[in-house]
Design a protein around this ligand. Structure first.
Ligand SMILES: [Zn+2]
Length: 224
């Protein structure tokens, strides 16, 4: 610590899809970016995809939106893997590639999805995070919340709460920056729902807004 600034701490956030980490952890990433954490965002699928209604989202547009949204949140580095959306593998190849990033970066915190998320790509990302974090290679490992529109009766026991009252507006701005996905999910209707989710999680802790995570592993050397 240096006057409250963590100049040496690093976070790796890994989203299966380009807008995932903004929704699950955008306020948290913005908060720790302000504290001086060095944040890397890894996006596993950035080729573009065709939605169930047949609409197509070009990879180049999604990448461009991801870069802009990362700037809004204060994320310094962004890495794209070009796996195909809906077909994220869980095998030695992708684990080896994420292993290489962890070996190079040595993150203090690894945030990704929840293993009981109902999206197969999110599940795969969670399993990849667990595999790569083995044997204490990353000391703080957190799974983001399953989003309310992906209900799963097994899912998500919130344990680690982050007060994002001061960064909720930044989170909204980042979500709006993903113009294609913001429009897909109903424009300001999406913001209203994210707002409600943040308030509901915050209520448990007496914060105006919170994001919360399930703890896979946490050490005592980072947060005090
Ligand atoms: Zn996703």
């Amino acid at each position: 610590m240096n006057g409250g600034i963590n100049i040496n701490k690093k976070i790796l956030a890994m989203g299966a899809h380009p807008d995932d980490m903004e929704l699950e952890a955008g306020g948290t990433l913005a908060k720790f970016a302000r504290k001086g954490y060095d944040i890397t965002l890894l996006i596993l699928t950035s080729k573009g995809y065709t939605g169930i209604s047949g609409e197509h989202y070009e990879g180049s547009i999604l990448k461009n939106e991801a870069e802009k949204a990362s700037k809004v949140l204060g994320i310094k580095h962004i890495i794209f893997f070009d796996y195909e959306a809906n077909f994220v593998p869980h095998n030695g190849e992708i684990i080896g590639k994420v292993d290489n990033i962890v070996n190079t970066l040595c993150p203090d915190v690894f945030i990704s999805h929840h293993p009981f998320d109902s999206h197969q790509d999110h599940k795969a990302a969670a399993d990849i995070m667990f595999a790569v974090s083995r044997q204490g290679r990353v000391k703080n490992v957190l799974s983001g919340s399953t989003l309310p529109y992906r209900p799963n009766v097994f899912a998500f026991r919130p344990q680690f709460y982050v007060d994002i009252t001061e960064t909720i507006d930044v989170k909204f701005e980042a979500i709006r920056t993903y113009k294609s996905q913001y429009e897909k999910f109903g424009n300001e209707k999406l913001i209203e729902r994210v707002d409600a989710m943040g308030k509901t999680y915050g209520w448990a802790m007496g914060y105006d807004y919170a994001e919360c995570f399930e703890v896979i592993r946490i050490s005592d050397d980072l947060w005090i």
